[in-house]
Ligand binder design. Structure first.
Ligand code: HEM
Length: 223
């Protein structure tokens, strides 16, 4: 589904769905920015990231409010995303590809697939660092988030999985953010290329910020 290739998005019900995708997408894109910024405290050393994690856990009310908004956003984003994907496929079925479909970018055409990989990544990530049921080295880290993250990324295959998932997150975000601009009616002829650049830059900033951590562990910069 693309900001420029959605063949059924002129129907009123689809416009409502696009608004839901835009609003929930904004919540999720905001979360990854906040999470990535917090994670960069790894480069300030163990006390900085551990104090940050402790602060979050000490403010349980705030943490749970954010978790509820996140969970609801993820459910709505996936649910409505599936409906829009099916509607678009049905609208295109049988007929020749229209001009907009032919112009659709790789990012827009692969949105459902990058979305599925990101979801699988998040499930693994929660088991790995939040529920800690994927204890790859069998160790217990308690409040030492720094040590836990370094130990997690010392496993090369885990780091590679994270890096590939972050690149797909970049692809997903770059199209998703430009779709938000489209839904808000900002992506007109005059602003299209500038806003597409902003969306692409946002995707890369988030991905590279996250990727810097497993990369720093693999190269021995963080230990
Ligand atoms: C290098 C990349 C990443 C690192 C080092 C990292 C690190 C962490 C850590 C340490 C926690 C547990 C925090 C705690 O319980 O104290 C966590 C939780 C979480 N992470 Fe990540 N993360 C990364 C990437 C991502 C990405 C890309 C996403 C989403 C697409 C994500 C989504 C989450 C979520 C949803 C939680 C649960 C938050 C909660 O406690 O409710 N993380 N992450």
């Amino acid at each position: 589904m693309s900001a420029s290739s959605c063949s059924s998005c002129c129907q009123p019900s689809s416009i409502g769905k696009k608004v839901v995708m835009a609003l929930t997408g904004l919540v999720l894109a905001g979360f990854v920015l906040g999470h990535m910024s917090g994670n960069l405290l790894m480069f300030k050393g163990a006390p900085a990231i551990n104090e940050y994690a402790k602060w979050l856990h000490d403010h349980a009310g705030l943490l749970w409010a954010a978790r509820v908004v996140l969970i609801l956003s993820v459910i709505a984003h996936i649910w409505v995303g599936i409906q829009l994907t099916l509607e678009n496929r049905a609208a295109r079925a049988g007929g020749p590809a229209d001009e907009a479909t032919r112009r659709a970018t790789v990012a827009s055409r692969t949105m459902p697939y990058s979305g599925v990989v990101i979801l699988a990544f998040v499930v693994f990530h929660l088991l790995h660092y939040t529920f800690r049921t994927v204890a790859l080295d069998g160790a217990v880290y308690g409040d030492d988030v720094y040590k836990m993250v370094v130990a997690g990324f010392s496993c090369r295959s885990v780091s590679i999985f994270y890096i590939i998932s972050m690149l797909l997150l970049c692809l997903h975000l770059s199209h998703g953010v430009s779709s938000v601009f489209q839904t808000l009616g900002l992506r007109n002829e005059r602003w299209r290329s500038r806003l597409d650049f902003v969306a692409l830059a946002y995707g890369w900033i988030i991905a590279l910020g996250f990727i810097s951590i497993p990369l720093a562990v693999l190269t021995g910069c963080l230990k």
